[in-house]
Design a protein around this ligand. Structure first.
Ligand code: HEC
Length: 182
């Protein structure tokens, strides 16, 4: 950069100004890209299934399952997003039953949350029906989406590591004594 500037006759200010603008625009765009690669929500993902959609199109489901879906939405979004159960690979009712019980135990240590026995049953009915629809009857679709989410999760983890390293570097710089050498 220095060589580039010194070779130039500085009487051509507008050209220098243009270059400066181009450089700062480039820096701005690259920093915007780095920051905007993933949303803060995505960066917080604990499981790959947290990265998928947090709703289900139930317009083709029977009326009672549409009602159960409302209960599921209300019950299972109290502590994490609905994406967690929506994109989870569980299928069998017995498996879901274990998870719903586990979530019920969680409500005991998290003030302000609850899962009633009646709601748990409706959630279980919904999850069993929905798992059949999306994960058995449309197995290939669901598997393709799962693959995408797994790949995305790997990228998110890499980005988190990159951010962590950057932060650690900053900390080291801040704590290093000033020695006068650049
Ligand atoms: C009281 C808070 C709370 C509520 C309510 C809750 N969850 Fe969770 N859920 C958690 C926590 C905490 C975790 C992560 C730790 C774990 O796996 O237990 C979790 C994890 C999960 C997982 C991933 C578990 C794994 O290890 O893969 C699934 C699936 C899940 N929840 C489904 C549900 C469903 C379905 C409901 C509604 C019935 C629900 N959750 C309601 C707190 C809650």
């Amino acid at each position: 950069m220095h060589i580039f500037y010194s070779r130039r006759r500085i009487d051509n200010m507008s050209c220098v100004a243009k270059t400066a603008i181009a450089i700062s625009l480039g820096l701005f765009l690259s920093s915007a890209w780095a920051g905007g690669k993933f949303t803060p929500e995505q960066l917080k993902a604990q499981f790959y299934y947290d990265l998928g959609p947090s709703e289900i199109d139930v317009s083709g489901y029977p009326k009672d399952q549409q009602e159960n879906y409302k209960v599921f939405k209300r019950t299972c979004s109290q502590c994490h997003t609905l994406a967690r159960p929506v994109n989870n690979p569980l299928i069998q009712r017995a498996d879901w039953d274990l998870y719903v019980s586990r979530m019920h135990v969680r409500t005991k240590v998290r003030p302000g949350t609850s899962i009633s026995r009646k709601d748990a049953r409706r959630v279980l009915n919904f999850l069993t029906y929905d798992s059949k629809m999306r994960k058995i009857d449309h197995k290939a679709d669901f598997e393709a989406k799962t693959k995408e989410l797994l790949k995305l999760f790997e990228e998110v983890k890499k980005e988190r590591l990159r951010m962590q390293i950057e932060q650690d570097k900053k900390k080291i710089k801040e704590s290093a004594p000033y020695t006068g050498t650049p």
